[in-house]
Structures are given as structure tokens and as C-alpha cells.
Design a protein around this ligand. Structure first.
Ligand SMILES: Cc1cc2nc3c(=O)[nH]c(=O)nc-3n(C[C@H](O)[C@H](O)[C@H](O)COP(=O)(O)OP(=O)(O)OC[C@H]3O[C@@H](n4cnc5c(N)ncnc54)[C@H](O)[C@@H]3O)c2cc1C
Length: 484
């Protein structure tokens, strides 16, 4: 009989797992606690596909980072997700930091990173004129890439769904019981049973693990806060600019995003509550001060938003990937902090290979390709725009002016296999609301389109699920209550 596999968590790891598992004869279901995929760290990180020089040689992080980074260009082409490889530098501002850069270079060699070299001040300033002229030297990492983490996660989910995987949102797994040969999962959306489970619950993965295993694990949620600057005509930095790492992580970076914005951050603070993605004046002050060391000309005038993500830091420091010790049929990915995004394709490959070999899953006769999307309107030439509007007049209705997103693209995002159901879901799939007005102009129209496409009243449409409704009621209702 076909095995029933439940993947817990629809982040980049859960969706990459669901995509690969959908290639085999099995019934794959993803249970996601949030209202959409990419609800945790996968929607709020630096988006860097690290080359792999930073992880400790011999660790799973090092091996899977380098392997995952090599898989990125092909994967992003296959699932139609953004990817670029502009390279990165680790800047040294003192002789002491030069020694760190030399150490990182050696680590990169041991980890098998290609093309890296140490460059001196003149070359740095020629490549990146906005860098602080007090820079001493830098480690140049040409293999460092960029992606859009939430767009990639959505694309992986779509590919899994066209191959039969089912996604259930708002289904937070509360308890798991080993039930004979299988599992009973009690969720906020009812009961589910499975033959195999794959725990990809990010910052909450250790809590679920501890329900099943005698060997207890502990994740420390580590918050990182960012400033996001608007895109400019010319990139302020063409590559990712790192400073030398600290014991809390890779330090504050100044980086272009794959969409041409500039990102400053992240801070690194251990917190109690893994759901706390608030931004704070204190952490952002540190980001601003530290980013100035890289970029003395920094001005916060073009900031469009601030945001935070929470890293799943396992106290022993490495990824934990594989079968749950002593629990037949349970698999897990725990402590997937940075470079988890970079390593995601390799993590999914490693764990899927283990699951199929241990459970004898046969490959399907047909694995459908990922659905293709139209090129985004903002990236089209004038001729392409004229042509696409002729084919579909909804491309002629610009909804988000800042990011040039059309009605046709918003409707398409809602109709995708794992489509948007909220205003933020539309934003992550199309960029509507990502620009300098942060949805001030386009949100009402996006709300209307969501209401039409989903067949729900406008008052039911939310920003990001739960009680985050935009409209509190109709005028008729409030007059009836006597509020008008
Ligand atoms: C500030 C920051 C910067 C980073 N920068 C980079 C970078 O530049 N490059 C890089 O390679 N990596 C980076 N990372 C790491 C990267 O973001 C993560 O490794 C990756 O996103 C982890 O994906 P995940 O699927 O394991 O976790 P998540 O994306 O957190 O997904 C877990 C999912 O599980 C769901 N969930 C949790 N509990 C339950 C439950 N009980 N039931 C059902 N669903 C549940 C959550 O809602 C969530 O959607 C960064 C991380 C942070 C926070």
C-alpha cells in the first residue's frame, strides 16, 4: 500500500522535501501551522546562497552548504525561482581581521569552495567604490549567490503540488503519538495519521522531536533584525559585503537583494519566544552603526521597511538531519539555521535518499515539470509589455505602482497550485506591496481581487491570516449597530 508521509512545516526545507518526495509512490501531505508556506525563517532572512567558507570543516553545515550552493543555479531554473551569483567579500578593517580572513580562506579551501582569493584595498575599492576606504583586505568569494527565499519556497511547493502533494495550512501540529507502525498527529485542523513523518518545523522542530524521543534536544531562537532600502537606478553594492564573523554568526552585512534593493543586517539576539518577529530600536541601532563601518555613506532615508527573522540555533551548533533515534518511521531536520537556505537542496536530497532507501519507495513513472510563470511585468521590455497586454488586457491594469505589478499577475498568484490566500501571500509571490509605499496604494485593490478569486467577502480577507482582517465590517453593519 502507498505510504502516507506527513511533512511538518512548509518552510524552504519542508517544501524542498515535499517536492523530492512527490517523485516517489507515496501520499505526501504538508501540514503548515501558518496561513501560507514560507511562514517562518524562510520568509525573513538575507537570501544569500553562501559559498561555504564560513562553516566548520567536517560539519554537516559545511558539506551541505557547498553541495547545496552548487545545486542552486539548476534548481532555480527548474522551478522558476530567482537566482543570481554576484559574489561576496568578507572585509577586514585591521591586521587582526586580516588573520581572520586568512583563516576563512583556509576553511573555504578545506570545504571545497571554488574560486576564492584574498584581495587588497585597491581592488576592493575598484570593485565596490562605496566600501569604507579604511578597508585593509578582503576575502573574495565569486561563488556566493542570491535568491528570493520566499519565492523559492513557493515555487518548491507548487512543484510538489502539481505532483500530487497536498498542502494543509493553519494546521499546527500540537502533539504526535507513535501509534503501532504509524503516527497520530493532533493539529489545530483536526487529526491526521501517517506511516512516516518528516519534522521540518524550524524553530519548533526540537519541541516536536522531544515528544517522541528519549534524547532531548534544545533550540535557542536567535532573532535577526534588518533594514531594507528601496531599489535605486544603480546598485549601491554589486556584491554581498560581509564583515568578519563573530561567535553569534556571520555579522552585519550590506547586500544587494536579488531584486536590487539593499539589505542591512541582521542583528543576533537570543530570545525566549520563537514567534517573536518584532523589530526593536535597540537592535536596529546596532545594525545601522555596524553597517556604517562597511559603508560610511549610508543614509537611512531610503529605508522602505524593517523586519526580523528567527534562527533555529541548536545548542551543539550543527544541523541534525536523519532518522529520529529510536523512533521507527520518524525523520527530522533540526537546527537548520544559516546556511540552511543555501544547503536546502542538498538537505532535501540527503534526507529523501535515506527515506526512499529505508522504506523501499518506488519512483513514479512520470514526474511533472514545475509550472512555468510569465516573466514578471517589471522585468519585461516595452515590446514584451505591449505584446502581453494584447494577449491579456489584465496586464494593462497596474495595481502596485512601486513594484510595477499588474492585475493579471495578482490573479495568477492566487490561482497557482499553492496559491496566495492573503495580502502578504500575494506580496511574497508577486512583490505587490514590497515597494516604498509598502502596500499603501495597492492593498485595497489586492484585497478586492483576493475576495473575487477566493469567493469570500472582502471583510474575510486578511493581511496574514488569523484575525488580521483589514476591514472591520460594512457601513450598513455599523449603522445597524448605531456606530455610524
Ligand atoms: C535572520 C536570518 C538570516 C538568515 N540568512 C540566511 C542566508 O543568508 N543564507 C542562508 O543560507 N540561510 C540563512 N538563514 C537560515 C535560513 O533562513 C534557514 O535555515 C531556513 O529558512 C530554514 O528553513 P526551515 O524550513 O527549516 O524553517 P522555517 O522556514 O522556519 O519553516 C518552518 C515551518 O514550520 C512551521 N511550523 C513550526 N511548527 C509547526 C508545527 N508544530 N506544526 C506545523 N507547522 C509548524 C512554521 O510555521 C514554518 O513555516 C537565515 C536565518 C535567519 C533567521
Amino acid at each position: 500500500m502507498e505510504k502516507r508521509i506527513i511533512v511538518i512545516g512548509g518552510g524552504v526545507i519542508g517544501c524542498a522535501m515535499a517536492r523530492l518526495l512527490s517523485r516517489y509512490e507515496a501520499k505526501v501531505t504538508v501540514l503548515e501551522g501558518g496561513e501560507d508556506v514560507a511562514h517562518g525563517a524562510s520568509k525573513a532572512n538575507s537570501g544569500i546562497v553562501h559559498a561555504g567558507f564560513d562553516a566548520k570543516p567536517g560539519s554537516l553545515k559545511a558539506k551541505l552548504n557547498v553541495e547545496g550552493a552548487r545545486m542552486y543555479p539548476e534548481l532555480c531554473k527548474e522551478v522558476d525561482a530567482p537566482y543570481g551569483q554576484p559574489g561576496a567579500m568578507v572585509l577586514a578593517f585591521s591586521q587582526e581581521e586580516r588573520a581572520t580572513v586568512q583563516e576563512l580562506y583556509k576553511q573555504g579551501e578545506q570545504n571545497g569552495v571554488a574560486g576564492q582569493r584574498i584581495i587588497e584595498k585597491d581592488e576592493i575599492l575598484k570593485l565596490e567604490p562605496n566600501v569604507n576606504p579604511n578597508v585593509v583586505c578582503a576575502l573574495l568569494e565569486p561563488m556566493s549567490g542570491l535568491t528570493s527565499p520566499y519565492e523559492l519556497t513557493c515555487a518548491l511547493a507548487d512543484h510538489a503540488a502539481v505532483n500530487g502533494a497536498t498542502f494543509v495550512m493553519n494546521a499546527k501540529v500540537q502533539t504526535i503519538e507513535k501509534n503501532g507502525d504509524g503516527f497520530a498527529l493532533h493539529t489545530t485542523k483536526g487529526e491526521y495519521t501517517a506511516d512516516l513523518i518528516v519534522n521540518c518545523a524550524g524553530v519548533f522542530s526540537a519541541e516536536l522531536h522531544n515528544q517522541l524521543s528519549e534524547k532531548k534536544l534544545h533550540i535557542i531562537p536567535r532573532k535577526g533584525e534588518y533594514y531594507l532600502l528601496d531599489h535605486q537606478k544603480d546598485l549601491l553594492f554589486t556584491m554581498t559585503m560581509f564583515q568578519t564573523p563573530t561567535k553569534m554568526g556571520k555579522g552585519i552585512l550590506v547586500s544587494p537583494t536579488v531584486h536590487g534593493n539593499t539589505l542591512l543586517g541582521p542583528s543576533a539576539d537570543d530570545i525566549e519566544d520563537g514567534t517573536d518577529v518584532s523589530t526593536t530600536a535597540a537592535a536596529l541601532k546596532i545594525v545601522n552603526e555596524k553597517a556604517r563601518l562597511t559603508w560610511p555613506g549610508l543614509s537611512l532615508r531610503t529605508v522602505v521597511t524593517t523586519f526580523a527573522g528567527v534562527r533555529a540555533h541548536e545548542e551543539n551548533g550543527d544541523f541534525i538531519i536523519g532518522a529520529t533515534e529510536g523512533v521507527q518511521g520518524s525523520y527530522e531536520t533540526i537546527g537548520i539555521e544559516s546556511p540552511g537556505l543555501s544547503a536546502a537542496p542538498a538537505i532535501a536530497k540527503l534526507l529523501t535518499e535515506q527515506i526512499i532507501s529505508e522504506n523501499g519507495l518506488a519512483e513514479k513513472k512520470e514526474w511533472k515539470p514545475a509550472p512555468k510563470r510569465e516573466k514578471p511585468f517589471y522585468a519585461m521590455t516595452l515590446e514584451e509589455r505591449v505584446d502581453v497586454v494584447k494577449r491579456n488586457p489584465e496586464y494593462g491594469a497596474l495595481v502596485c505602482r512601486c513594484e510595477q505589478v499588474t492585475e493579471a499577475e495578482i490573479r495568477a498568484a492566487i490561482r497557482r497550485p499553492v496559491g496566495a490566500t492573503t495580502i502578504d501571500g500575494v506580496k511574497r509571490r508577486t512583490r505587490a506591496g514590497m515597494g516604498r509605499c509598502q502596500g499603501g496604494f495597492c492593498s485595497p485593490r489586492v484585497l478586492e481581487i483576493l475576495s473575487e478569486e477566493l469567493g469570500v467577502a472582502p471583510t474575510e480577507v486578511t493581511k496574514c491570516g488569523g484575525e488580521s482582517r483589514i476591514l472591520t465590517g460594512t457601513i450598513a453593519q455599523s449603522m445597524h449597530k448605531g456606530d455610524a
